[in-house]
Design a protein around this ligand. Sequence first.
Ligand SMILES: Cc1ncc(COP(=O)(O)O)c(C=O)c1O
Length: 410
Amino acid sequence: MPASQNAEKNARMKTVKCANMSGMSHFVDQLSLDITITHGEGSYLFDATGKKYLDLIAGWCVGSVGWGNREIGAALEAEAKRGTYVPPFLGSVAREELATILTDSAPGHMEKVFPCVSGSEAVDMAIKCARAATGKDTILSIQNVYQGHTYGAASVGDAHRRITGPVVAGFEYLPMPGRDADSAAILETLEKRLKKGDVAAFMSEPVWTNAGAYVPPADFYPAVQQLCRAHDALLVMDEVATGFGRCGTLFGSELWNLEPDVLCIAKAFTGGYASMGATLVSNKVYGRCKGIPCYSTFGWLPTDLAATTANVKIIVREKLWVNAKTVGEYFLSLLKPLEKLPAVKEVRGIGMLFAIELSDDLQAMDVQKQCADAGVIVETIGNALFCTPHLTLTKKEAEEGAGVIRKIVS
Ligand SMILES: Cc1ncc(COP(=O)(O)O)c(C=O)c1O
């Protein structure tokens, strides 16, 4: 989220006095709700008092198949019993199996996989690949978005750079089409910049999730892809948040018929049952960046691998992006009429990704608290409510969530 909004949110959190469980928390600054979760089941979370909440954030694009999934639990248990760590320099049947599923299902011609433990690491690796493969330094991206917390990833999305100081050199930012400027004007600037010949990649998300669920104008990405190809720059798609069904397609890149050269994944890839990410590249890119160091000690740990593989198999087998699209459209249709209320500026979204932008009359964090009191968990971005439910959300659950939100903002 943009730096100013983040600072504002942190300041408010400190005043919320959310030392949950009577001062037990050591993470006070990160908590905006005074709730301690003990477990989850499907689309619901339960707190330490036994209260049930409809979870409309699902770990911020992480949850996909629902909490407490038995199939994933069994896979985890079986692997934990085997209890064997396989270092990256030794082969693993399980690693190969998942890599094959990924390269077979990813858009474009993905043939090689760099394993890691998080979305930020996946983005860092993509920066290294783009620079090594092209021999160029400059990376272009969109301003005021979030693409991770490590210095490399925080430099791509520049949301945090004003807080963390000088970022990694070589990044330049374009305004967000549709929100900040006209798509055609941005494409013109992009073309001029690419013509200088020093750009390694254009790197961004297919839908701008953390900026507040902004869907690009339909003409934007196809033109970006064409321009990148024409000027020997790579197209890097950060699908950490949009991948694995979130946008109503298996990958968000499919929305714009993109064939990225490099793809970053994490979050819903694991369903929240593991800590894993990956950077996927084509053989062509890999051939040009072969020697770059990539050794992640805990990247694709066997237990994480077992859980993630089980999660991915469920998403693919059940085609959960179809539910994300149909129930997502239904949920959006229930929320859209809120735009008529003076307290609501805009309702937007795609698949299972939504933002309800509030006017100055209403504070998103107050609404978030009231929703939680009423048994529904939502997040906030700036002065918007943000929802990224599980891909398995049912119509009945969508009605329950929309009903509570509607009542509180009305
Ligand atoms: C688009 C995007 N990229 C990268 C990241 C970083 O992922 P992680 O928190 O797993 O490091 C995030 C996290 O929110 C994200 O939304």
